[in-house]
Design a protein around this ligand. Sequence first.
Ligand SMILES: NC(=O)c1ccc[n+]([C@@H]2O[C@H](COP(=O)([O-])OP(=O)(O)OC[C@H]3O[C@@H](n4cnc5c(N)ncnc54)[C@H](OP(=O)(O)O)[C@@H]3O)[C@@H](O)[C@H]2O)c1
Length: 266
Amino acid sequence: MDLSGRTALLTGATGGLGREIAAALAARGAKLSLSGRGQEALDALAGQLPGEGHRTLVTDLAEPGAAEKLAAEAGEVDILVANAGLPGTGRLTEFSPEQLNGTLRVNLEAPIHLARALEPAMLERGSGHMVFISSLSGKSATPLSSIYNATKFGLRGFALGLRADLNPRGVGVSLVSPGTIREAGMYHDSGAGPIPGLGTGSPEQVAAAVVRAIEKNKVEIAVAPPQQRAMAHFALASPGISVKIASGAQGQKAASAVAKGQSNKR
Ligand SMILES: NC(=O)c1ccc[n+]([C@@H]2O[C@H](COP(=O)([O-])OP(=O)(O)OC[C@H]3O[C@@H](n4cnc5c(N)ncnc54)[C@H](OP(=O)(O)O)[C@@H]3O)[C@@H](O)[C@H]2O)c1
């Protein structure tokens, strides 16, 4: 799909990766509906983007029914980029029931409800594209990430299944799965620093992957150095060995630093 003149709904627009995705889509001529929780931050972002006609839609996706309301407010949408997410790190019992439900809703339920609401009009037009921002944590499980892993494994399965339903009918569905991203976003904000030997990806690479996924109708693009991609691939084939390695002393230490730095985002 050519992005020029298309309308795109982007959730999590004011986050570390969302800002880069917004800039990349706008640079290709898309007209954006930018969604996030803060009006001021959304307005400031809309004002910085190239092109005209960008809109802002304030939504708290942790609220029941918010995704359906957002889809209705967005009107005609050619492209959905479901990017909003919470880190969901920490031990299961550290989450209050409200925090648990909020993370499940933002990371998994909201993208599903958005897709459900937007699908009929896309099918009627015989065109459209949905991009779901998953993670390599949707392929490989690590310590202190059970909730995040649950949402990202779930989102990955959902997107692949939805692609099987919609792609033959002219509507594209893609996954963009980043590994650890430097410079901005939830991993960078944790202050944990890069894991030695594993490398990092950049927010610009994530944004370029979103554009490529839409323009080339890609099934899935992993945004990570080869060693991270290889580990995730191995985890899919041999989950038992992968979890055993990840839960060793080094893995626990790295996971603990990330979870500690993300405990304010629940
Ligand atoms: N950064 C990484 O290393 C990395 C790696 C793999 C996957 N990812 C995925 O990339 C996506 C973007 O993450 P990021 O790194 O950009 O994180 P981020 O900087 O923390 O941004 C998260 C975005 O999600 C939005 N959000 C959170 N809770 C929300 C709620 N209740 N209602 C509506 N919006 C909500 C935030 O809105 P506000 O701006 O209003 O707070 C923010 O725009 C996520 O799906 C994440 O899982 C990130």
